[in-house]
Design a protein around this ligand. Structure first.
Ligand SMILES: *[C@@H]1O[C@H](CO)[C@@H](O)[C@H](O)[C@H]1NC(C)=O
Length: 131
């Protein structure tokens, strides 16, 4: 019992929260922490999501193209997920907000076929908010 409790504490401390952008568009993040966001994507179609990085300090997205994780299936052309990491630096303050835009497009096409707006709110209570 004690071992299990310690294990869970460790996991909570090490892994950042993962938000599912297929269903939500509000992200809560604590100063000096990071969060991950995932969204369904199917690169075999040529389309992929890209995050328009916020021009304002202090919330950063180190990799605006995200990381693609294939679906856990052998089906060819099955959609997977793109994962994006957001980093809230120590310069983040409680109550800061930031709007991010994700666009779904093919590299050779000008107009995105889909876009998604995400609101990021900085709060020390980020871990207590369930969404
Ligand atoms: C930021 O987080 C790291 C790792 O948890 C910690 O060591 C550091 O003291 C924190 N910095 C501030 C300014 O809170």
């Amino acid at each position: 019992m004690v071992t299990k409790f310690l294990y869970l504490s460790f996991v909570t401390a090490v892994f950042s929260k993962l938000y599912d952008l297929d269903t939500i568009s509000s992200i809560f993040i604590s100063p000096n922490s990071s969060a991950k966001m995932q969204i369904t994507s199917n690169p075999t179609t040529g389309y992929s999501w890209r995050l328009i990085p916020p021009d304002s300090f202090p919330i950063k997205c180190p990799n605006p193209s995200g990381t693609f994780i294939a679906a856990n299936t052998l089906a060819l052309g099955a959609p997977g997920k793109q994962i994006f990491e957001l980093i809230c630096t120590t310069e983040c303050h409680e109550g800061d907000t930031e709007t991010l835009t994700l666009i779904y497009s093919r590299p050779w096409e000008k107009e995105p076929v889909q876009f998604k707006t995400i609101t990021v709110t900085v709060t020390f209570d980020a871990d207590q908010i369930n969404n």
